[in-house]
Design a protein around this ligand. Structure first.
Ligand SMILES: Cc1cc2nc3c(=O)[nH]c(=O)nc-3n(C[C@H](O)[C@H](O)[C@H](O)COP(=O)(O)OP(=O)(O)OC[C@H]3O[C@@H](n4cnc5c(N)ncnc54)[C@H](O)[C@@H]3O)c2cc1C
Length: 290
């Protein structure tokens, strides 16, 4: 299939790109093209104009900013997955990347493009919620910072406005003794998730501290599980605790049904995967103390 006709711009600097984006006609950013181009080919997206950002300088970086890791708009999945900095401070990210797409897609697709696409079954939005990331949105008139919790609004919908570019994502470095767990089930690795569950926590005197948990693939967007976090904070980690809280999450979900993967199966997956993710986070937090 071929896309509908569109205009194509390839600016060489950020100011020119933002100027093009600020025009009123239906203009979309082209980053890795791994989601946008298939959607255009299927005529699910018909932008009048594409602004290709691949020639913009200084947006392809993964930087240590002390309290956080900063990842620029042109950092490819491949580079984030293999980054030593990311592995050292945010090990749940490369673990999750084992489930994201194929090497060819990861070579071209960008983390920021993935977050702006906001597929409800995508792994990285769930991780940005889990890790408390911030999105740096830039437009011709200035920059604003939006918490991940306010960024993902619904199915393929984010807080980024028409003239805005996600120029950077900032991911806070968790405390060194933070444990993590990541679990997913899909048709195959590299396919979108039927259910994804991720968790982090610390242990303080044998009790759960600063827990975080998020799910994807089971609603119209990735979701952080605030009630579960409140229920386990200060408790001693145990399989029965994790099974109980996961059961409550599972029944509260309203997941989509698709061919061969009905809503009840996705709930059952959460009931199984979430305790595993929580238990893995507790185990790694315990190991980090030794
Ligand atoms: C076969 C295949 C398998 C895949 N499997 C998975 C998977 O398992 N998990 C997963 O998460 N993803 C998967 N993907 C999607 C992949 O991760 C994409 O690379 C990613 O979703 C989009 O990144 P991109 O850079 O290619 O963005 P593009 O396709 O270029 O853009 C996507 C959208 O974001 C907008 N956009 C891009 N960059 C910015 C920016 N900086 N600021 C504002 N808006 C922007 C575009 O205008 C467009 O609307 C798969 C893709 C394919 C083709």
């Amino acid at each position: 299939m071929k896309p509908a006709a569109f205009d194509y711009e390839r600016p060489n600097d950020l100011a020119a790109a933002l100027e093009l984006l600020s025009c009123e006609e239906d203009t979309r950013i082209l980053a890795g093209g791994q989601s946008l181009v298939p959607m255009m080919n299927a005529r699910l997206a018909r932008p009048k104009r594409l602004v290709d950002i691949n020639r913009l300088p200084d947006l392809d970086y993964i930087r240590d900013e002390g309290t956080h890791v900063a990842i620029g708009a042109l950092a490819r999945h491949r580079d984030v997955k293999s980054s030593r900095l990311v592995r050292d401070h945010l090990p749940v990210i490369p673990a999750a990347y084992e489930w994201v797409a194929h090497a060819a897609v990861r070579n071209r697709g960008t983390l920021c493009g993935n977050l702006c696409h906001a597929d409800p079954a995508s792994e990285m939005p769930a991780l940005m919620l889990l890790l408390g990331a911030e999105m740096v949105l830039t437009q011709a008139s200035g920059t604003r910072i939006v918490a991940a919790s306010d960024f993902f609004l619904g199915l393929y919908e984010t807080a980024a406005g028409p003239g805005e570019m996600l120029t950077e994502v900032r991911i806070p470095k968790p405390a060194r003794d933070t444990g993590w767990g990541f679990e997913e089930v899909g048709m195959r690795k590299a396919d979108f998730a039927w259910a994804t569950c991720a968790a982090t926590m610390r242990l303080d005197g044998g009790r759960i501290a600063a827990p975080a948990a998020a799910v994807a693939g089971v609603g119209d967007r990735a979701t952080r599980l605030a009630e579960l976090e409140a229920a386990i904070e200060g408790q001693a980690p145990s399989d029965s605790l994790f099974a109980d809280v996961a059961r409550e999450v599972a029944v509260s979900l309203d997941p989509p049904s698709s061919v061969g993967v009905d809503a009840q199966y996705r709930r059952d997956l959460v009931g199984t995967l979430l305790p595993r993710a929580l238990a893995a986070a507790a185990r790694r937090a315990e190991e980090a103390k030794q």
